[in-house]
Each structure stands twice: as C-alpha cells, then as structure tokens.
Write a new protein. Structure first.
Lengths: 244, 321
C-alpha cells in the first residue's frame, strides 16, 4: 500500500506539473494535427487518407512521449528534485514505472488526436480497435523507455533533445512508415528489424489498413522483449549514473 | 534525550573518484539523540560522506551501520527511517508549499489525511502557514530553506541528515533554523549536520568532527576539543597608553611572556602558563600607566580548528557569511 501511495503521487505530480501544462497540451494536439493536415494536403488523392493514419499515430506517440520524458527528467535531475525520488524508500523499478507511466498516458492521448480528427473526414468502422489500442500502448511504453534512456545519458535539456533526434528520425524512416518494410533496401532491413517502432507500426498497419509484414502475436512478443530490455537498461543506467 | 546507544556507526569509509580520494577512510559514530557536526571547508568531503550514508553515492570501501541496518546492503530500509535536507533547496518550484510537503510525505507512504495534517502542523511550526498556498519558487531564501527542512522531517525520521542548513540565508532565518534543529534534538531526533560555520557548529552540535581533505582529524565536544590542544594563556590589557617602549620593558621584566601591542591603548600578554596580574600591574603603575581593564582571552573553537587542521579559519568564513 505504501509503495502504491508513493507510485500514485509521483504519477499525479508529473501529470499536474508537466503533462497538463498548456504548452504541452498544445504540443500534444497541434503536433499530430499539423502532421495530419500536412500529409492530407501533400497526398492530394494519390493515397487513401486512411493509409496515413498508422504513421501519424506512431509519430505522435514517438515524438510526444520521448520528448516529454527526456526533458522532464533532465530538468528534475538538474534541479536536484529527482534526488528526492531516489531517496524515497521505494524500489528503483517502482520509481521508473511511476516516471514513465505519465509519459505513456501522454503518448496514448497524443495517438488518438489524429484519429479523432480523421473521424470527421473518413469512415473508421473497418478498424480493429483492440489491436490499435494494444499497438498504441506498446509503442508508448517503448518510446517512454527510450526517452528515459536518453534522460539518463545526458545532463542538459538541449542534449536530451539532440540525442532523442538521433534515434527518432532514423527510426521514423526505417520502421515502414514511409516505405513499406518489404520495399526497403536489403542492407537496411536488418536495421529496421532492430527497431521497436517497426513492430508497433506493423501492428497499426494490420489493424487499420489490414496489411502487415509480421503476425500481430509476433509483433507483440518482440515489443515485449524490447520493453523488458529497455526497462532493464534504464534501471541499470539509473543505478550506475545517478547513484554515483 | 541523548542515550548512550550508537545509532550510526561509520567504519573506514572511503570514496574515490578515479585515484582522487574525496573521503579517505573516515570512522565515526553518533549516539542516539545526539547532534554531530561535520565541520570543514568546501571540498572537505562532508557532502560526499552524507551522500554515501543516505544512498545517493556508493562507497569505494568501508561500512555504514544505521540503526543496526547495513546501509550499503539495504539502503531502502535505511531510507525509511532517515530524513535528508540537502544543501540545495530542491523542492518543486511550481508547487505550493503545502503540496510540496504533502508530496514528500506521500513518498514515505503516508495516507492523505495523515500527510495533510502533518503538513499543516509543520507549516505552522515553521511560520509558513500564510505562504502555504504560494508556489515554492516565489519563497524567499530563508522560507525555502525552512520548507526544505520541513520536507526532510515530514515523516518523523529517527535520524536526520542536514547538509549546510543555514548557508546563504539571513540572520533571523538562521536563528530560527537553529532553534528548530535544537527542538528536533529535544524530541529525540539524531542529527548529522555539515557546516562550514564554526559558530553554528559550536552553538548547535553536541560533538564536532573537524573534516579536512577527506579525513576526520579530530572529534569531540567543544570542551574536549579545547582541552586537547596545547593552548596559550592570553590577557588583554586596556591602558591609557601602550607604547613600544612599554612592550620592551615588560618583556625584559617578564621574559617568559610575549607581548603584542594591539592598538595605542591595548596590548596582549601571552604565556604558556597562567599569568599572575599583580607584578604586571605593579610595573605599569611604576611607569605611570593606568590600567582600565584586564580580560582573560580563552582560545576559541576557531583557534582550535586552525591549530588542529592548519587551515586558515577565514577560508571557512569567506565561503559563508
């Protein structure tokens, strides 16, 4: 019970202090909206509007989640308020889980902004929402953990943003969003298979446009493996880098 | 409230950064209900010592036992019974004073009702009730310090670690914080405090450990520290005139004394042994010099610190006020 109280209050504090702040809400809405509009205008009837949805959802989660977590944690570390959390009698795993849950929820909400927007333009009845929700949650978790991994590796907020872009942009281009995985050059395919977003996007493709490279169960399994590895790396790096 | 039980025991604690020792094999203990002060200049290793004891840093070697728990092996158990006030005010700037305290209490698993009650009580005790709903970031330095201390004790810790509690704040807030620390001691809290203010250590601590270059060079009560040094007896004389010739005259008459002229009308007589006044007064009287005041000067803790550590005490003061 004591652990739950601490966990819940860390999450509540983060949501109140960071995620519900007007600039972040606007970031969470405006960013996915702009991407949606941009893609709609650019596509000009060449592709089905619905084909844009998986990519927009994946991008919204990836950018929203990684940015928020990397920045907020770096900020707390700099102001030393993060030390308060390290000094609390809760395990590091509980602390990591509490810190990433806020970002995960933020990412999930971000993901559904383009869905709501597209709901006004096209018929979304053929979508497998259970798989969409599962994919969104799994992408949000991996993105949050990647954000945390970045936060542990840097000291300054601007460093967090720079380092995030190093993996975010290659991931976007290689995960099958812009170019389907089967059309990627052979040399790039192995890299694509090493990215968690590849499997998340494939799940979204399967649920929304019914076209996927992997089976849903396989993608879920691989993303869970990524989550376990990333969680372990985050926990290990926090212990190593923040408890000097 | 002080008991004879050693609640904190540090043995041969060492912290190396590369080859550089920040803390070099220190050992000390704290009795239950006692305030131990780590006194030393910046870079002496005080904060490094505390960080190892509270779990923010890993010792290179040594042992830390806190209330019978091995702090290196089981730090989470230790963190349940300790409170920490860091040298920087690290609460959340956008949250109110009240919310900050409630949040800190929640980290120790305190329920809503209990933490709100405790927060209100502490705000009252620290004179911050009126500012309870204001964001922490808008507080003055003294108020921030007080709230940071309140946050460190909201869960009623058995042992409190106070890192430079009064650095950079005004005299009134310093006085209030000192009173708060002494009140905590009265309530039975064991306190380890670091400071570079000699006066603060002297006024607040039961025992003081002089820490220099990662080592504890001396530990004891103020009296013990004073007794253990080979001190000199000093008498300051207030005269109507104190000329250089008078100094020579006195030194010739009393060759075991050293005379220092302090000003036009005052001088200091220094001796390895106690100084009987009447022969000196007689000489001065013969010379027609009137004596208005004779005052024995006891060695201060500052003198003791300088003598033991070889460090200029002004280095401590400069960093402080």
């Amino acid at each position: 019970m004591e652990t739950f109280i601490a966990f819940w209050n860390i999450l509540k504090k983060d949501i109140k202090n960071y995620y519900l702040k007007p600039p972040n809400i606007s970031w969470g809405i405006i960013f996915p909206l702009s991407w949606t509009l941009m893609q709609l205008i650019r596509s000009s009837g060449n592709i089905e509007v619905i084909e844009l949805l998986p990519g927009l959802m994946a991008m919204s989660i990836l950018f929203g989640t990684t940015s928020m977590l990397a920045v907020t944690i770096t900020f707390e570390k700099r102001s030393k308020s993060f030390d308060r959390l390290l000094l609390a009698p809760i395990s590091l795993s509980t602390l990591v889980a509490a810190k990433i849950l806020g970002a995960i929820l933020f990412g999930i909400i971000n993901a559904f902004v383009p869905v709501v927007f597209m709901g006004f333009l096209i018929n979304l009845s053929g979508i497998n929402w259970a798989v969409v929700l599962m994919a969104v949650i799994l992408i949000a978790i991996t993105s949050a953990l990647l954000g945390l991994l970045v936060a542990v590796s840097v000291k300054e907020v601007f460093e967090a943003q720079t380092l995030s872009n190093f993996f975010r942009f290659p991931m976007l281009f290689l995960c099958g969003l812009f170019l389907p995985i089967d059309k990627l050059p052979a040399a790039l395919k192995p890299i694509s298979f090493c990215l968690p977003l590849t499997y998340g996007t494939d799940m979204l493709n399967s649920a929304i446009i019914h076209n996927s490279y992997f089976s849903i169960l396989f993608s879920i399994f691989i993303i869970i493996v990524f989550i376990i590895i990333l969680f372990y790396l985050c926990r290990r790096n926090i212990e190593k880098k923040w408890i000097l | 409230m002080q008991k004879n039980v050693e609640i904190v025991k540090v043995t041969n604690l060492k912290k190396l950064y590369g080859d550089l020792p920040a803390v070099n094999g220190i050992s000390f203990s704290i009795k239950e209900g006692e305030i131990l002060g780590l006194l030393g200049p910046n870079g002496a290793g005080k904060t490094s010592t505390i960080n190892m004891m509270i779990g923010l840093s890993r010792p290179s070697s040594g042992q830390i036992m806190i209330d019978g728990i091995d702090a290196i092996k089981d730090i989470k158990k230790v963190q349940r019974i300790i409170g920490v006030v860091p040298d920087e005010n690290n609460l959340y700037g956008e949250m109110s004073g009240f919310d900050n305290l409630c949040f800190c209490a929640s980290l120790y698993g305190m329920g809503k009702e209990e933490r709100e009650k405790q927060a209100k009580e502490l705000l009252k005790q620290f004179g911050l009730t009126k500012a309870a709903d204001r964001p922490f970031g808008t507080y003055s330095k003294g108020m921030k310090r007080k709230l940071t201390i309140a946050a460190g004790i909201i869960h009623n810790p058995k042992i409190l670690f106070l890192d430079e509690p009064t650095t950079g704040i005004d005299v009134e807030s310093t006085r209030q914080i000192r009173e708060l620390i002494l009140n905590l001691k009265k309530q039975g809290t064991t306190i380890l405090m670091t400071t570079h203010y000699i006066e603060e250590a002297e006024r607040t601590c039961d025992r003081i450990a002089f820490m220099v270059r990662g080592e504890i060079v001396k530990v004891g009560t103020v009296r013990e520290l004073m007794e253990n040094i080979d001190h000199e007896y000093k008498i300051k004389l207030q005269l109507d005139n104190c000329l250089e010739e008078l100094k020579v005259e006195l030194e010739n008459k009393f060759p075991s004394y050293r005379i220092e002229v302090l000003a036009k009308n005052s001088c200091l007589i220094i001796s390895k042994e106690q100084v009987p006044l009447s022969p000196i007064l007689q000489v001065l009287d013969e010379k027609g010099v009137s004596v208005y005041e004779a005052k024995g000067i006891k060695p201060s803790l500052e003198d003791v610190f300088v003598r033991i550590t070889g460090i200029d005490a002004t280095k401590l003061e400069k960093v402080g006020r």
